[in-house]
Write a protein that binds this ligand. Structure first.
Ligand SMILES: C[S@@+](CC[C@H](N)C(=O)[O-])C[C@H]1O[C@@H](n2cnc3c(N)ncnc32)[C@H](O)[C@@H]1O
Length: 427
């Protein structure tokens, strides 16, 4: 039997262990934080409608696995990574530079030198690749059947206008946002709806479920914001620019049942799915039109409200200018434009900026970093809205959580649905 170690030997042993596990901490212990928060919703809680493709048991289980991985990354890994950055990372930087990291690039360089960031980043990218592979496999294998059931719904509703001659913007065809195979515009079958179906099914597992069963938290947030801030507004017509699968379009249509809602998007597979889905959900005051939102077709008339919801970061700076100009031109006098995006980087702590900027570097979001560095209020003023009519506000699209930035709550850098809305009224 070996003799039990003395108190001094135990201390040395402990130090060695710390030295082995945390070689860069220079005496700052990193305490494991295990705050698992509210566990992700299972994929099975997604809102069902006649256009939604059914998934096999195995695919549902794979998507749930991704939701739990994302949850673990944001709730457990990120707080530890931040602790490592604030201690070991900053100390190492200060040792060579005699100051703290002062820019986003310097902060990223420090983080990329830590094991936790590297593992987190690889797993996050991997979780996105897996999500897209699972939904693409599930949808592609039955693309024809899903298309046919959607065609029948759309024929019944007559709520879709496609333009086969539309020239698609290069930023949609050449980059496939958030690693979506083929992007929004790929056609996999006659009357294809796969992109729309993949978007709805996959988003639910990434968020996961936090935006409500119909993934329409943003649409509900905008309509609630309107009720609070413009209680007397009775819009006749609303443009939802870049409406995608119509998730938030339907939420707006339900909130404004007496308003004509026009969802406009360039991607036919998204629109066919959106139109089928809206009809399957019993919504009749909405129609979907294929067009480039940089040039809203004149035949659609003037609108009382023109909004984008998480669209601008997938375009380009020139497109943002054109979209804002188009909103100004196509609103009635007194009309309102609203643009919902993640908060801009300006004024945020550098660690948070790097975390939010991850998608711009590793998630195929080509214009992400550029958009969040822009001052959208200034862009609106340049597009013709007078400065005194431009405003900004925050909206939360997580129905069960009014403010995820409350002290003590773990921020999820883009997944918590705390968004900024930029807007303006036309003179
Ligand atoms: C991230 S999705 C957002 C969809 C929707 N607004 C929502 O909240 O679910 C972006 C959508 O914008 C569309 N889009 C981007 N640029 C566009 C353009 N110039 N013209 C028409 N649609 C565009 C894409 O096709 C895609 O469906």
């Amino acid at each position: 039997m070996s003799p039990s170690p003395s108190a001094a030997a135990k201390k040395t042993q402990q130090k060695q262990m710390i030295a082995v596990h945390l070689p860069n901490t220079q005496g700052h212990p990193i305490l494991p934080q295990v705050n698992v928060g509210t566990l992700p919703q299972p994929w099975d809680t997604i809102g069902r409608h006649a256009g939604l493709p059914s998934l096999s048991h195995d695919d549902r289980a794979r998507l749930d696995n991704i939701a739990h991985l994302n949850h673990f990354l944001s709730q457990v890994v990120v707080p530890n990574m931040q602790a490592e950055y604030e201690t070991a990372g900053k100390v190492a930087f200060a040792n060579s530079n005699n100051r703290e990291p002062a820019t986003r690039d310097e902060t990223r360089a420090v983080l990329e030198n830590t094991l936790q960031y590297r593992v987190w980043s690889r797993l996050r990218r991997g979780s996105m690749e897996q999500r897209q592979r699972i939904v693409a496999d599930a949808v592609e294998s039955k693309a024809d059947a899903i298309a046919q059931s959607c065609v029948a719904l759309v024929a019944e509703a007559g709520n879709l206008e496609l333009d086969p001659n539309l020239k698609l913007p290069a930023y949609l065809t050449d980059t496939h946002a958030h690693l979506m195979p083929g992007g929004y515009t790929a056609q996999r079958a006659a009357n294809d709806v796969s992109a729309g179906a993949m978007y709805e099914i996959g988003l639910y597992s990434t968020v996961p479920g936090r935006s409500g069963p119909n993934s329409d938290g943003a649409g509900r947030a905008i309509s609630n914001w309107l009720k609070t801030n413009y209680p007397d507004l009775k819009p006749k017509r609303v443009f939802d620019l870049g409406c995608g699968a119509g998730l938030n379009t339907v939420a707006m249509a339900k909130a404004l049942p007496d308003t004509e809602i026009i969802g406009i998007d360039a991607a036919a597979p998204m629109l066919r799915y959106a139109a089928a889905r809206a009809h399957a959900m019993g919504v009749t005051n909405v129609r979907f039109v294929q067009a480039d939102i940089e040039h809203i077709p004149e035949r659609l008339g003037q609108a009382d409200i023109a909004f984008t919801c998480i669209v601008l970061h997938e375009t380009s700076h020139e497109a943002v200018k054109n979209i804002f100009k188009g909103c100004h031109e196509r609103l009635v006098p007194g009309g309102l434009t609203l643009h919902v995006e993640q908060p801009p980087y300006e004024g945020k702590p550098l660690f948070e900026q790097v975390m939010r900027d991850w998608d711009g570097r590793y998630n195929n979001e080509a214009f992400w970093s550029g958009l969040y560095a822009l001052d959208l209020a200034d862009e609106l003023a340049q597009a013709g809205f007078t400065k005194d009519k431009v405003f900004s506000d925050f909206v939360s699209a997580v129905p069960w959580r009014s403010d995820a930035t409350v002290k003590g709550k773990v921020e999820d850098y883009g997944r918590t649905g705390n968004w900024k809305v930029y807007g303006a009224t036309k003179n």
